[in-house]
Design a protein around this ligand. Structure first.
Ligand code: PLP
Ligand code: COI
Length: 342
């Protein structure tokens, strides 16, 4: 483990760095054992474990932020707990009590306090709760033993561009999720399949793929690790909850901020990628815990490019970014009750 004093918190990217402590709880014989804090480290697992063989695993992504006054905040942790349990049910794994989940998150954050990046670095302590089928199996069915772990990593921006526009490629070759599948659960399986498309898109000079729906290859879904928004005809539009997008907590918060704080009409609907190429679409961005709000400089499909706002963050993108990060860093009043102090 690196000594936190040796970390340059001002130049962090989104890369793994071991921190001091993790939380671990086991589910055996049909019930959860009391979890405990342990030094971050490796553990043994059977080669026949369900997660390794069949991908029975889920995760969450959260952040602890250091505010200007030194306090440490979490953003809507109850929503992460809810989604964690939704994902657990979909992957046939046991749920974990919401209060215990939030308590465990707080304990891990406190135990790793020295790794929380300072306020003025703009970084965060990323929190990664995972749950997986630990026990050995052979046929395709659930494990009987499960492990929940929560670990943390100090991070900077997810996209190295930071709050600058990223270039996205709209793919007609790959899709991320199909109706009836697992797209709205935060299961590890959804991510492995996006690695090859992302690598190919990066080789062509794009930051990521903008995925379309699997049936028509027409309607925008999301960015693979972030949700999508665009200003179209003066309204803030985002793909509707179709069962195939990950229903982001940042997404939900942005919809509330735009309508209640900025007075912008919001629309959750099917958005054809063709709409992005019209003048009525004036700006676009993506959102997520890791991505925060990342402006989209351009989208490209089969060589046709649409540049937004001279590649600069748009006016509404800027406003929403300031509101969201202001609330998260307790510089703007938390009138929605989104902040939990650690
Ligand atoms: N979409 C995907 C596929 C994600 O992995 C994430 C990140 O969690 C998001 C969207 C954004 O979700 P949230 O805002 O809850 O972080
Ligand atoms: C997050 O925003 O927390 C995510 O889960 C994205 C991740 C896959 C890096």
């Amino acid at each position: 483990m690196i000594d936190p004093k040796d970390i340059d918190f001002y130049s962090l990217g989104f890369n793994f760095i071991a921190t001091k402590t993790m939380f671990m709880a086991n589910h055996k014989n049909g019930k959860w054992e009391d979890g405990k804090l342990l030094p971050f480290g490796n553990f043994e697992i059977s080669p026949a474990s369900c997660v390794i063989n069949y991908g029975q695993g889920i995760f969450e992504g959260m952040k602890a932020l250091r505010a200007k006054n030194g306090e440490v905040t979490l953003f809507r942790p109850a929503e992460n707990s809810k989604r964690f349990n939704f994902s657990a049910r979909r992957m046939l794994m046991p749920e974990y009590d919401a209060d215990k989940f939030i308590d465990a998150v707080k304990r891990v954050v406190k135990a790793n306090e020295e790794f929380i990046p300072p306020y003025d670095s703009g970084g965060a302590l990323y929190i990664r709760p995972i749950l997986f089928g630990y026990g050995p199996i052979l046929g395709v069915h659930s494990a009987e033993e499960f492990k929940l772990i929560i670990f943390t990593v100090p991070v900077g921006p997810y996209f190295p561009e930071g709050f600058k526009g990223i270039k996205l490629e709209i793919s007609k070759n790959y899709t991320r999720a199909a109706p009836g599948g697992t797209g709205s659960a935060k299961t590890i399986c959804n991510y492995a399949g996006t690695m090859l498309p992302a690598k190919e898109a990066k080789a062509r000079g794009f930051s990521q793929i903008l995925y379309l729906d699997a049936i028509h290859l027409e309607y925008i879904e999301e960015v693979g690790a972030a949700n999508f928004f665009a200003m179209i005809n003066g309204k803030l539009a985002t793909p509707r909850k179709s069962g195939t997008i990950l229903e982001g907590i940042t997404r939900e918060s942005i919809l509330e901020l735009a309508s209640k704080k900025l007075g912008i009409e919001v629309e959750e609907r099917e958005i054809s990628y063709r709409e992005l190429f019209k003048d009525s679409c004036t700006e676009a961005f993506c959102s997520g815990t890791a991505a925060v709000i990342t402006p989209i400089a351009s989208v490209n499909i089969e060589g046709n490019e649409r540049i937004f706002n001279d590649q600069e963050p748009g006016e509404i993108t800027n406003k929403i970014y300031k509101l969201l990060t202001g609330i998260q860093r307790i510089e703007i009043e938390d009138e929605f009750g989104w902040i939990t102090k650690v």
